[in-house]
Design a protein around this ligand. Structure first.
Ligand code: ADP
Ligand code: MG
Length: 700
């Protein structure tokens, strides 16, 4: 992410100040800073603290115990040492200092690794401490995280201390001291303000320089958070402007194939199906066909829970392209999924006389050759495949439609590469991870949205239980009973091999289950198997030759085996709700009642979080809950937040501010569509530094 950013200094062609030129940075720390991606002074200036320790005021001892809950439960206290106790217990050094101020006494306590405090304190010394407050019958006890010994007449002076994301060898303390020593120099490396001056004024923001100073060296918490808001708003302004520009650019391209929709097309599709379309499917198909009938390239996101029938909607888009003499490409993130699309679509497309070819990394050279030829000649109307579709040798005669399944699993570059195989093809993105509306309107603002918010009829909802690990024997009994009824089970573990974390691994679990289920047929699938091996195992499971499949999340998305009716997830605490919901979607695809069991360690407080899953099967509702609990960065994955350059803002928490930024972006771009006026130079430069917009901005 960092390497993709152009620093301001490059843009203005000045030589950037390197971190090595700063006071307090030697050879060794230079390297350590670089490990954090910090190379120039501007990098450091943009490296914001994630919190502050407020050391300004000691709390009078008498008020410590009823002090309002402090941030992170830490308090400050100042007193004269009355007594010092040093002892050893179970190999730990323990130092306890009793100290008092005018209002009472407190105990400051160091345990274990604080060897350097031994022998340091004496009666009568004045001592400032900060640490977690523990309540005890004897009065306030502070488990010290930092302290300072004061001279006899020294006036205590404390600051807001910024805490930076750090490494073991480059602690926050060191970063803070370098920032503090060099603040004036750092502040001279600011670039243009992303916020146009009138907008900053309108929002009551002070100068950019002051905001940076307030972030790194705030006088008060309020000052820090006001400054942070300025930067979050700036970030959102860039994000919203980028979406607006991308959309405007696309809307301005009138070079897509405008496809004719025959009035009989829907009837033709429906007559080839063994079932009736859900009304959500029909609505999505209409939206997609309408988009494809325009000469503006479609850019639409089709969201729907697992099993909601997205593949069929994709087929409808393929049908329209084919009837107009255009080819389509459907790209899936894994071989298993691509093959499944092929197998599912083959009967339908054969009936509709749409010839398809399959492209994957593991296919034989001769097969590949044949597929490539038929796509190049235009004989084949559809290519289904993995990343292998992106290889240079795969060419289309007339690609009019690109479909990207599980679009979040591909980067911007891959998606662009697929589209580049045609000339301005229509694009359909699909995802089975429903995206909360707030994110859809912000992160995906340049995509139109279709939702399949309805499952085909006749499905029995999966019943879900959250179970503590100590009851795992019951879960095994449950699996045994399910298999006895003719069902099959998945047992999912987070790791392949046992690791330091102590989390469950598929290899260890398989060993264990061989004892537990000596009479059952077990299988194993994980990401380190070759694609062909994986596929063989999945085939055996699909064919009923395996009773219990031990797996990592490689089986996560889209795999459809109707006879599998049990999903056991070990270490469920390690997954987000949306991902658990995805895993659950692997079962409940057949007629039998299916169950999902989420197993979590006894010592973890997971019951409340997992209850979201035991109570609802609605992917959108789960996504909203996940977003609220984890924040947007987590939910979208670092890759996506990196793509969008968001460092500070959280689209879930700060969505109201995003809306304001979007409105501001619209006004700005209405008056200055390519941001040419000098007052918008900062915003222009920031957009130019956004990878997907670089070309657009520099050609303007
Ligand atoms: P998704 O890709 O959204 O997870 P699929 O397209 O794989 O869902 O559909 C899941 C299953 O439902 C498939 O077996 C498909 O044939 C079936 N299906 C799709 N649409 C309908 C419908 N309208 N009525 C009944 N079954 C359907
Ligand atoms: Mg699917």
């Amino acid at each position: 992410m960092r390497s993709e950013r152009i620093s301001w200094n490059v843009l203005t062609k000045e030589k950037p100040t390197d971190i090595g030129e700063l006071q307090g940075v030697g050879e060794k720390s230079l390297r350590l800073f670089a490990e954090l991606g910090l190379v120039t002074a501007k990098d450091l200036l943009d490296y914001f603290p994630f919190r502050y320790d407020d050391l300004r005021e000691p709390t009078p001892t008498a008020q410590l115990l009823n002090a309002a809950e402090h941030e992170r439960g830490e308090v400050n206290a100042l007193g004269s040492v009355v007594a010092v106790h040093e002892r050893r217990a179970r190999g730990y050094e323990i130092v306890e200092v009793r100290a008092r101020d005018e209002s009472g006494e407190f105990i400051a306590k160091w345990i274990g690794r604080h060897r350097y405090v031994i022998g340091r304190f004496r009666e009568g010394m004045r001592l400032f401490v900060r640490g977690r407050l523990e309540r005890s019958l004897g009065g306030p006890v502070i488990s010290v995280s930092q302290h300072r010994v004061l001279g006899a007449d020294e006036q205590y002076r404390g600051e807001m201390v910024p805490v930076y994301r750090a490494t073991a060898d480059l602690p926050s303390r060191k970063i803070a001291s370098v920032v503090k020593k060099n603040l004036a120099l750092l502040l001279s490396s600011l670039g243009d303000d992303v916020l146009p001056a009138p907008l900053a004024r309108e929002r009551g923001y002070g100068a950019l320089r002051d905001a940076y100073r307030a972030v790194h060296a705030p006088a008060t918490p309020e000052e820090a958070s006001a400054a942070r808001e300025r930067f979050v708003f700036s970030e959102f302004l860039v994000l919203a402007s980028a979406a607006h520009l991308r959309r405007a650019q696309r809307e301005g391209e009138h070079d897509a194939a405008s496809l004719a929709v025959p009035s009989s097309l829907l009837a033709e599709l429906e007559s080839s199906l063994a079932f009736i379309l859900t009304s959500a499917q029909r609505r999505a198909i209409e939206q997609i066909w309408r988009d494809m009938s325009r000469d503006v390239p479609m850019n639409r996101l089709l969201q729907g829970d697992v099993g909601s029938g997205k593949t069929l909607v994709a087929a409808a888009a393929v049908l329209l392209a084919a009837r107009n003499g255009y080819q389509a490409a459907l790209m899936a993130p894994t071989e298993i999924l691509a093959a499944q699309h092929r197998d599912k679509l083959l009967p339908l497309l054969t009936e509709l006389r749409i010839p398809l070819e399959f492209i994957s990394g593991s296919q034989k050279q001769s097969e590949r050759q044949r597929a490539v030829e038929r796509l190049g000649s235009g004989e084949a109307a559809l290519a289904i495949g993995t990343h292998a579709l992106l290889t240079e040798s795969v060419e289309f005669k007339r690609l009019g439609l690109a479909i990207i399944d599980e679009q979040h699993r591909f980067g911007v570059a891959h998606r662009a590469k697929l589209r580049a195989k045609g000339s301005s093809p229509h694009t359909l993105h699909m995802t089975a991870t429903p995206i909360p509306r707030t994110l859809a309107q912000s992160l995906y603002a340049d995509l139109d949205q279709s939702e399949l918010d309805e499952l085909p009829p006749g499905r029995t909802p999966v019943q879900t239980f959250a179970v503590r690990l100590s009851r795992i024997e019951r879960v095994y009994d449950f699996i045994r009973a399910g298999v006895a009824r003719g069902g099959q089970a998945y047992v999912v573990a987070p790791l392949i091999e046992e690791g330091e974390s102590g989390a469950a691994s598929v290899l260890a679990e398989l060993e264990h289950l061989r004892d537990v289920f000596a009479d059952l047929r077990l299988g194993l699938v994980h990401g380190r198997l070759a694609p062909r091996e994986k596929e063989e195992v999945m085939k055996a499971f699909a064919g009923g030759d395996i009773d219990v499949l031990v797996a990592t999340t490689v089986i996560e998305v889209g795999v459809d085996i109707p006879n599998a009716s049990l999903m056991i997830v070990l270490d469920a605490q390690r997954y987000g709700l949306a991902q658990l919901h995805q895993l659950r979607g692997r079962v409940g695809r057949g007629a039998a009642q299916s169950y999902c069991v989420l197993v979590y360690p006894d010592d973890q407080d997971e019951a409340k979080r997992l209850a979201v899953l035991t109570q609802t099967n609605d992917g959108f509702e789960i996504a909203e809950a996940d977003l609220a609990m984890r924040g947007s960065g987590e939910l979208t994955g670092t890759r996506q937040s990196g793509e969008n350059g968001l460092r500070l803002g959280d689209l879930a928490r700060d969505f109201a501010m995003y809306r304001q930024a979007r409105a501001a972006a619209e006004t700005l771009l209405r008056d200055d569509p390519v941001l040419q006026s000098p007052g918008n130079a900062g915003l222009h430069a920031a957009l130019e530094a956004t990878p997907s917009l670089r070309e657009l901005m520099s050609s303007s």
